[in-house]
Design a protein around this ligand. Structure first.
Ligand code: IYR
Length: 225
């Protein structure tokens, strides 16, 4: 039996090898310059940039094209404050024992602690929720597939878009972060995956002197000899 699938035109124009290489290099250079920032300026950022970045995130491939994500863009001081208070409560527990020595040891070189002023300073927080299941028009549960994979790809695109717009981001994951459902008014089928902090870096912002793994340690070719 041949399946009949409704199709449409593909909007992808073929590039020359030279153009491909140039584009790939330029994108690599752009992304290689991205760094996670923890010290944000309070300068405002146009919500249109945030909207476009979220729409970019939502172009991600997803299991069965179910697009199992919701984004909450938070710019108002009262909500940011509520999030900071709830996040710091979890972080205090984390850093004062819950994490365990091994985890705290792995983090030590980043110099992080429970204090999260950036949750109020940065102009935008974007809470990304994964829809563990969907709900159809009749209110019935719809199974979703490859949810963490799909939403994580979307978050990668979100970070890339914000970075390409010249903004700094911090992928923040206080744990647990169920408080985000209540503060953001999202239903129980949605699990908060990441709280992305976005804005301009503070003028004097510094980042830890860390490096990326060598290509030979991460890339393994299987090509014909
Ligand atoms: N959520 C904590 C701890 C933390 C954990 C990991 I893994 C990091 O890469 C960085 C921090 C915090 O934000 O401080």
């Amino acid at each position: 039996m041949t399946k009949t699938v409704e199709t449409m035109e593909l909007a992808l124009s073929r590039k020359t090898d030279a153009d491909m290489l140039r584009e790939a290099k330029a994108f690599f250079e752009l992304m290689h310059a991205r760094r996670t920032v923890r010290d944000f300026s309070a300068d405002p950022v146009d919500p249109e940039v945030i909207r476009l970045a979220i729409r970019t995130a939502a172009t991600a491939p997803s299991g069965a094209n179910q697009q199992p994500w919701s984004f909450v863009a938070i710019g108002d001081p009262a909500t940011k404050r509520a999030i900071r208070i709830a996040a710091e409560e979890e972080e205090r527990a984390f850093y004062s024992g819950k994490a365990g020595e091994e985890w705290l040891g792995a983090l030590a070189h980043l110099g992080t602690d429970w204090d999260k002023p950036f949750l109020e300073t940065a102009p935008w927080l974007i809470a990304i929720f994964a829809q563990r299941w969907g709900i159809d028009a009749q209110g019935r549960k719809v199974k979703h597939y490859y949810v963490p994979e799909s939403v994580s790809i979307a978050i990668g695109l979100l970070i890339a878009s914000l970075h390409s717009a010249g903004l700094a981001t911090l992928t923040h994951t206080p744990s647990p972060m169920g408080f985000l459902n209540q503060i953001c008014g999202r239903p129980d089928n949605e699990k908060p995956l990441v709280l992305l902090v976005a804005g301009h870096p503070a003028e004097a912002a510094r980042v830890p002197a860390i490096s990326r793994k060598q290509e030979g340690d991460i890339l393994f070719w299987k090509t014909a000899p």
